[in-house]
Design a protein around this ligand. Structure first.
Ligand code: UDP
Ligand code: MG
Length: 314
């Protein structure tokens, strides 16, 4: 009998979980041919999320939970869940029912054919999402796909069913600054995409405000492309070339026509542009340095405060 592990990262989901857990139960009932394990990962929620998890575990031993000592972010929760998973196949699902549970049987059937290692879901539209968010997301995907060797699929979610082998590969990528969408793409394997219409959150508010989403996008770019560094060097080279040509023009003008260079305005604009460019390039290098710094410190990706596992497993 195959076993499927369902990993669910949660942060302040007390409103959503009472809708989501019964839905997960229905899903498990609808697939009697497989054994299930559900790993709920709590990011140190400030509401009753952990209490609901404890209750779920007491009522049904298929539910396990891991609770962090603080919010380590969704990527760390996914890492923790994937590391603890014992299933032959593993799926990641949000706690807000935005990931259509009804796709799972189809994903499982597709994986069983042996043709794919992963069946992933993506939204065919962004209906219901704020306009500005959609526009920025679109621009981000266009940008990152043009400068990264690894394809980031627009509208892709973390919702996917993977073989144990692919899960091992994802865990083996030990980055601390994790951009999981990129890691899924980086590890490769044969992925089949299923498209569905966007679903709204069942209850509660998004836990990923615009500011965090933008920071996350920058993290993805730094983690999966070094093109910004190449562009920075190219900008420096072009600026030097322009400065060289301009200096020649000034010298020639002086020697041939005795025309002294005048103009405080032109001098200022060139200087300010130059300073701006230097700071911009330093900023770009700084972003890479920051990510290296965080990696080198090699702090744990998460710290567990409480879990349903025995101490030996924990
Ligand atoms: N989440 C988390 N830690 C965080 C933020 C979010 O574990 O710091 C979880 C959240 O509980 C949910 C999933 O990640 O299960 C996706 O978050 P959300 O629905 O808020 O993001 P959105 O769908 O709006 O992008
Ligand atoms: Mg959501």
């Amino acid at each position: 009998m195959d076993k499927i592990t369902l990993v669910m990262p949660c942060y302040n989901e007390e409103e959503a979980l009472p809708h989501t857990l019964p839905e997960v139960n229905r899903l498990m009932d609808s697939m009697p041919q497989v054994e299930f394990e559900v790993i709920l990962v709590d990011n140190c929620s400030e509401d009753r999320t952990l209490e609901l998890m404890r209750k779920a575990h007491e009522e049904d031993p298929r539910y396990q939970y891991i609770s962090f000592s603080r919010n380590f972010g969704k990527d760390s929760s996914m890492y923790a869940g994937l590391s603890a998973a014992t299933g032959d196949y593993v799926t990641i699902m949000d706690a807000d029912l935005q990931d259509p549970t009804e796709l799972l049987p189809e994903m499982y059937e597709l994986l069983k054919t042996g043709e794919y290692d992963c069946v992933a879901a993506k939204r065919g539209d962004r209906a219901g999402e704020p306009f500005l968010r959609s526009v920025l997301a679109d621009a981000f995907y266009r940008l990152i796909n043009s400068i990264s060797d690894y394809e980031m699929v627009s509208g892709a979610r973390d919702f996917r069913l993977m073989t144990k082998q692919m899960v091992q590969a994802v865990i083996s990528v030990g980055e601390n600054v994790r951009y999981t969408k990129g890691i899924f793409s980086w590890v490769g394997f044969r992925t089949k995409w299923l498209t569905y219409g966007n679903k709204e959150r069942v209850a509660g508010d998004t836990k990923l405000p615009m500011k965090s989403a933008i920071n996350y996008a920058f993290r993805g770019i730094v983690a999966f492309s070094t093109v910004p560094l190449v562009l920075a060097s190219m900008a420096g080279f072009l600026f030097c070339a322009a400065a060289f040509v301009y200096t020649l023009v000034v010298i020639i003008k002086q020697l041939l026509y005795h025309e002294a260079v005048s103009g405080y305005a032109s001098l200022m604009s060139v200087m300010l542009f130059g300073f701006g460019l230097v700071l911009l390039v330093l900023g770009i290098i700084g972003q890479y340095l920051a990510q290296m710094y965080l990696e080198i410190k090699n702090r744990p990706k998460f710290i567990i405060r409480e879990s349903s596992y025995s101490d030996a497993v924990k």
